[in-house]
Design a protein around this ligand. Sequence first.
Ligand code: ZN
Length: 100
Amino acid sequence: MVRDYVRDYPEATVMEVSRETGVSVARIYELVRQGKLVAHSPDSDMAVECVVCGRRIVTGQVCDQCRREIRAKSVPASDERLKGRLHLESRLRRPREKGY
Ligand SMILES: [Zn+2]
């Protein structure tokens, strides 16, 4: 399990984690994006960039600051917030289609 390995070897690089766990590098970054894996520091090569401002973050899609801003802008109704989140996620997951 990647998470166990990262917990035991927090300083391991993504390449090392991939080699030791058999999980591809792309999949490891996917897990970090999904918040299922947390890099030990923003300087780690496992850290990802905030999709809004590009700041290094240890997990998820956006940094704390952007998350607060997004939250402040969104309608307080919970289903509205969920809709916005799903929209953001589907946009991130799918590369822009041709002619779109
Ligand atoms: Zn940000």
